[in-house]
Design a protein around this ligand. Structure first.
Ligand code: NAD
Length: 494
């Protein structure tokens, strides 16, 4: 069987970058190669940027109400193709079909919000800024925007930016993650079907070389990056050097603080979903649990480990398992699996205890070449130790000790990352203190994955977010527009 070769999507059609090297795209559940994607060079990227730059003048002059017409159609197309797109996500990324459908729904939600741009992008008018003078505040697009995406949400993360960038009158070049390029390759075709004019959206496949070329290209006005903080720092530095605006959303280590008055049944159920959904490969996945008080620590750890042991692990496209909402798939690659196992091994050498060991999980039948790990729980973990300080990005959870609320809060706030954090409590007092004092950009109260809906800003604090402007909602509109203030006087005609 010949393997499908993906093409870049430039100027409204598929383009095979001449002579580009390719990368195998693997199904992480089976190890099977499902496609090959071009590794675009700086020259290939430049072709896409030129197409976007050429489309910009006409697109930016198109009235906002006309610009959102293809987006209405795109929302409908994504809805009618949700099933095959969710299956594509499950195949190339390894998350459960339940999670893949949820991802598609959030992507569509972002398109729906952008359809409101004729209202949302309106400027302001000041009548009487001075005698006989009025002032207008215009909200204008900037030009070509680049989106550089991570592997863990093949569709949703590009859609945090793409609809808003386009609806505000900009044009876009998206670089997919080289590990999961298939979903957005298909979405690009649907964008063409929606009637989006050629060049408004362009998709290039590739690795760091293509990303660096985008972040340095003189015709790119701004970059939306989502990925690890280490890479994000390099992208931010490139954007600063080349005078571009940027938004950089980075790594995470999300803490869940549990107070003694929390409802334990609900809390344990919620913790398991938050920690092991998508095999822990969500930027909002919890990976550090902080029960307050010794008695709660003992009881919660026991019940959490018991529940984690029951999480089914398997291939999300196995028909016998596909409908299971709690199904946990593989991690993305052999390299990711190896790194996670090594982090756990070193944590044990540092004195942690294995309360649940998923390292030696036997792969499900037919998945012998897949990258599976079972739920893993480590206790007796010292705050600040490597396994606590590092984003593991796998199904590995550490349980820490805190005597009281203040000690728990100090653990959360002592961490370098501040993406999400949640508290479980029945007390308004503790909830209020937590939401005001916890240093994280997205806070949950009795909610384990406090990921904001598309109407609200998404982004963390501290090393989880290396820029001011968040994704989604009005924050996104802020990023993709610039204000121009016009002061107007028309003297009376003689
Ligand atoms: P990554 O940083 O390895 O890669 C992200 C993107 O950057 C990819 O497209 C990759 O090709 C590109 N890239 C790699 N090296 C580069 C370089 N030197 N210069 C420029 N670009 C480069 O991230 P990943 O492994 O794909 O995704 C997982 C990470 O993403 C995790 O850290 C996770 O927390 C983070 N993430 C964060 C959020 C958030 O909202 N904060 C959301 C999703 C994922």
């Amino acid at each position: 069987m010949t393997t499908r070769l993906l093409r870049n999507f430039v100027n409204g059609g598929g383009v095979e970058p001449p002579g580009a090297r390719t990368i195998d795209v693997e199904n992480p559940s089976t190890g099977e190669v499902i496609a090959r994607a071009p590794l675009s060079t700086a020259a290939d990227v430049a072709v896409a940027v030129e197409a976007a730059a050429a489309a910009y003048p006409a697109w930016s002059r198109t009235p906002a109400a006309r610009r959102v017409e293809p987006l209405f159609r795109l929302a409908a197309l994504l809805r009618s193709h949700e099933e095959p797109l969710a299956r594509q996500i499950a195949e190339e990324m390894g998350k459960s079909l339940t999670d893949a459908h949820a991802e598609m729904k959030r992507a569509i939600e972002n398109v729906e919000v952008a359809c409101g741009m004729p209202v949302l992008q309106q400027g302001e008018l000041m009548v009487g800024a001075s005698f006989e003078i009025d002032a207008e505040v215009l909200r204008l697009p900037l030009g070509v925007f680049a989106i550089i995406a991570p592997y863990n949400f093949p569709a949703m993360v590009p859609f945090w930016f793409l609809p808003t960038a386009i609806a505000t009158g900009n044009t876009v070049v998206l670089k997919t993650s080289e590990q999961v390029p298939c979903t957005m390759a298909r979405v690009a075709e649907l964008c063409a079907e929606s009637g989006l004019p050629a060049g408004v959206l362009n998709v290039v496949h590739g690795d760091r070389e293509a990303a660096i070329a985008l972040a340095s290209h003189p015709k790119v006005a701004g970059v939306s990056f989502v990925g690890s903080t280490a890479v994000g720092r390099q992208v931010a530095e490139l954007c600063q050097r080349h005078g571009k605006r940027y938004q950089v959303l980075g790594s995470a280590k999300n803490h869940l603080v549990v107070m003694p008055d929390a409802n334990l049944d609900d809390t344990v159920r919620n913790l398991v979903t938050s920690c092991f959904g998508c095999a822990g490969q969500r930027c909002m996945a919890a990976s550090a649990i902080v029960p307050v008080g010794e008695e709660l620590h003992r009881e919660l750890t026991r019940r959490f480990v018991e529940a984690a042991r029951e999480v089914p692990v398997g291939n999300p496209l196995d028909p016998a398992l596909a409908a299971h909402p709690a199904l946990m798939g593989p991690v993305i690659s052999a390299a990711a699996r190896r790194r996670i196992v090594e982090l756990c091994d070193r944590a044990l050498e540092e004195g942690a205890t294995l309360a649940l060991d998923g390292r030696a999980l036997r792969p499900p039948p037919g998945c012998e070449r897949g990258h599976f790990l079972g739920p893993t729980v480590l206790t007796h973990v010292r705050p600040g130790s490597e396994i606590h300080a590092t984003e593991v990005f796998g199904p590995v959870v550490v349980v820490l000790r805190a005597r009281d609320f203040d000690e728990a809060l100090a653990i959360v706030n002592g961490h370098a990352y501040g993406n999400g954090a949640s508290i479980y409590t029945a007390s308004g007092h503790w909830a209020r203190r937590f939401k005001l004092e916890a240093e994280a950009g997205m806070i949950g109260v009795n909610v384990g994955i406090p990921a904001p809906v598309a109407q609200l800003p998404f982004g963390g604090m501290k090393a989880s977010m290396l820029s001011e402007t968040k994704a989604q909602g009005t924050a996104g509109i802020e990023f993709f527009t610039q204000r121009k203030v016009v002061t107007v006087r028309y003297p009376a005609q003689a």
